[in-house]
Design a protein around this ligand. Structure first.
Ligand code: NAD
Length: 314
């Protein structure tokens, strides 16, 4: 076909599997590389019925494999990473290694084969910066020597720096996307993300456990809108060498979110507060706000979210 072929690393994961489905629906051939550490083959059940789809069980740490797959594809979207608050707190250095070496391996292959690559970063890049809305210039990890909060965010910061070096020194065609809170089907409940947890608690009639005061706020974007944003950037040369926030700007406090979830589920669950100390152990702090400024993405691509928070909860 004259369609470009995509390599999606982390393609069996939450965001990755939705991206795979969206690319296949556009008629693009897709190869998904995943070690199934947190991803699941079940997420690719639909994709695997597709003639233009190939699943490769392997690691982004496997240099020769990555080099071969990148060479066989036209474009790369690198989403594979060790993720989830629990995992990255319990195994910080292992996560760091996967998230830096894996990305370096993918970039090295992309540069060698001259392939454009989209790299997944995170709103965690902005550290504890709570003044919002956050635009792409607000980061405190790359912009100043302030200490980032987790090995996870440090690894993503290293990835961003590496991407910039590969771009400057070798002309790597890379685009960085910083995902803010994303929700939707296939998100593993194991990560302890707040909406899947609240939804489960509400449906079971268990108390909804709000961590901290509940006055902290977040913005949630449906995974289909995340994928639409990715697709809008994917074949756009103007996006190369640039960084984009991908997130919702519909802000809600966690206490209000708990109440909305209870209403939406027609549940009788009470709402309870749990200290950060009880939930995560000593020393854990969370930021008060995390609101993306998505002006840059919207200006370049015309992207707009299609689903609001009520759609997501429903
Ligand atoms: P996910 O865990 O569902 O997806 C990650 C995938 O990578 C999994 O399928 C996992 O099996 C795979 N993987 C892990 N290590 C691998 C390795 N060494 N080799 C091959 N595959 C490997 O999580 P997700 O939410 O879909 O995250 C996708 C990307 O988006 C990650 O890079 C993550 O850091 C980033 N991100 C996600 C969010 C969010 O809200 N979901 C927010 C910010 C950033």
């Amino acid at each position: 076909t004259d369609h470009p072929k995509y390599l999606v690393t982390g393609g069996a994961g939450f965001i990755g599997s939705h991206l795979v489905d969206a690319l296949l629906a556009r008629g693009e051939p897709v190869v998904a590389l995943d070690d199934l550490s947190t991803g699941r083959l079940q997420n690719l059940a639909g994709a695997r019925t597709h003639g233009h789809f190939q699943f490769v069980h392997g690691s982004v740490l496997d240099g020769p494999l990555v080099d071969k797959l990148v060479g066989e594809c036209d474009r790369v979207v690198h989403l594979a990473a060790a993720v989830g608050v629990k995992l990255i707190i319990e195994q910080p250095l292992r996560s760091f290694t996967i998230n830096t070496k894996g990305t370096e391996t993918v970039m090295e292959a992309a540069y060698r084969h001259g392939r454009p690559v989209i790299l997944a970063s995170t709103s965690e890049i902005y550290g504890k910066n709570s003044s919002g809305p956050l635009n792409e210039m607000s980061d405190r990890i790359l912009g100043s020597p302030s200490v980032p909060r987790w090995s996870y965010s440090t690894a993503k910061a290293v990835d961003e720096i590496l991407a910039e070096l590969y771009r400057r020194e070798y002309g790597l065609r890379s685009t960085i996307v910083r995902f803010f809170n994303t929700v939707g089907p296939r998100q593993s409940p194991a990560y302890g993300m707040v909406i899947p947890r609240f939804a489960r608690q509400a449906v079971r009639g268990e108390p909804l456990t709000v961590h901290g005061t509940g006055r902290q706020s977040r913005c949630f974007l449906h995974v289909s809108d995340v994928v639409a944003a990715l697709v809008s950037l994917i074949d756009r040369p103007e996006a190369e060498g640039e960084t984009f926030n991908i997130g919702s700007d519909e802000e809600i406090s966690i206490l209000d979110l708990a109440a909305r979830t209870v209403t939406c589920a027609k549940s009788a669950s009470p709402v309870e507060r749990v200290s950060y100390n009880e939930a995560y152990g000593p020393g854990f702090e969370d930021m008060d706000r995390r609101v993306p400024d998505t002006t840059k993405l919207r200006a370049l691509t015309g992207w707009q979210p299609r689903r609001n928070l009520d759609d997501i909860l429903a």
